[in-house]
Design a protein around this ligand. Sequence first.
Ligand SMILES: Cc1cc2nc3c(=O)[nH]c(=O)nc-3n(C[C@H](O)[C@H](O)[C@H](O)COP(=O)(O)OP(=O)(O)OC[C@H]3O[C@@H](n4cnc5c(N)ncnc54)[C@H](O)[C@@H]3O)c2cc1C
Length: 501
Amino acid sequence: MSSLPPVEPVPAASVAGFDHECDVLVVGFGCAGAAAAYEAAAAGADVLVLERAGGPGGSSAVSGGELYLGGGTAVQKACGFEDTPDDMFAYLMAALGPHADEEKLRLYCDGSVEHFEWFRERGLTFNESLYDAPSWMPPTQDGLMWLGENAWPYNTIARPAPRGHRPATESFGGWMIMEKLVAAATEAGAVAHADTQATNLVIGDDGRVAGVVARRYGAPLTYRARRAVILTTGGFVDSEELLRQHAPVLLGHGKVSDGLDDGSGIRMAAAAGAATRRMSVVEIALTALPAMLTRGMLVNGLGQRFVNEDVYPGLFSVAAVLHQPGPYWAILDEEGYEDIPKRDLWGVRPRFVAETLTELEESLGMPPGALESTVGVYNRHAERGEDPYFHKDAKWLRPLRPPYAAIDPRRGFGAGDRESSGTGVAGFTLGGLHTTVDGAVLDQSGRPIPGLYAAGRASSGIHGDGYISGTSLGDGTFFGRRAGRAAAGRPLPGGTLVTEG
Ligand SMILES: Cc1cc2nc3c(=O)[nH]c(=O)nc-3n(C[C@H](O)[C@H](O)[C@H](O)COP(=O)(O)OP(=O)(O)OC[C@H]3O[C@@H](n4cnc5c(N)ncnc54)[C@H](O)[C@@H]3O)c2cc1C
């Protein structure tokens, strides 16, 4: 028996009179909802936005604010990098793959410079400087960062250029993006109703989505959408039951969300016949610091290396959590630890230190000789500036010497010496409603459900089995914009013509 609230669509004929009416009704005021609301209102539609929380923001507002953009943006040029949409596409096809969505990705890469300028026109500023080391989140105001483009094997697939664009604020910048996008949507004429949770779609006799039923402080409300409803309600990492059904790999791990990603929009649309895609695909982050791993190594519970440590951290996280026996350890020597700038240490300290690898592997519960053998092979090649197993960049290669340290990702960032009950892993979901490049939600037969659109993590976007930071805010806003325009009857160029069923 399901513990999930019922979401069956309500027949329009059963609604005696609608409490509110608009042309385009956007459900969810995160980045995808704000982009959709702005574009629909700018195209002349009368727009209402429903938000179940007390105000706009969603996971977008608490996010890092990294935006994956490229193809030759002004910031890339100012920092001395040449880039093309083709190189960006080749990198993302590999890094977001296998099975990245080729059609959406092509449009995303071809439109990336324009999308960057769209952010600037909405008032977002990006400093013209590069943070030149692998990181989850640079502790600086640099406007550009690498997201694994210069790491093997990706540097053999496409010409490397940094594409992580960051708003001009230190550390987490999602709040700044949302501040600008909410202001833009509001100035364009979109009106928000906060504390208002959509619970069911309303469907007319002709099969067209005609609005939603919602609840505010427990009281029911009905909304009519003359043109379309756009679902931008986020993903489903906060629903244990949906995780159990579709993405059990995240069960028991931390949640990368604002706590309201319960998949309500996906469920409402699915109950009305919508198809979903890639519901098992997730973003996974292992609480291990690139600054440590590049200077040392990441090993599995058997003391073996398994990945190039200077790839985008989400990719070493996937390699570990999905494919290797845990627990995972960052192994480092004292010289490497001392070499890390304090600002990149994030309060993380070794869990075990030892003069010999025999001692260290015993403390970590590894088979005798396991770590000794891994470090021995690594050192032999590092002496010559080589890493024939995983091709870590030569600038990080140096034989590890005693004393050694092991860092435990389960302790989390900033935990110091404290014990932690976490798994050292957190993530969010990437699968969702099956949509066209213009956000039209498709049914099980591949036909658009009339009057229904979706974008952001409520939909399946550009991702295959991989994730790169910045591609969620990136594709959420890019395809949110397209959905807003299409819902208002003024689609942006580049879409395929689809006939509503
Ligand atoms: C700590 C953290 C760091 C991150 N860093 C990055 C990063 O740097 N770059 C990046 O690209 N991504 C990052 N992400 C991921 C990214 O923030 C999200 O995937 C993205 O913001 C999703 O956008 P969205 O518009 O689809 O959903 P959200 O921003 O979550 O918005 C959905 C909104 O819908 C509302 N809602 C839900 N259901 C209903 C309903 N039934 N009725 C009314 N309202 C409803 C929610 O309250 C919410 O406000 C990060 C996430 C977190 C939590």
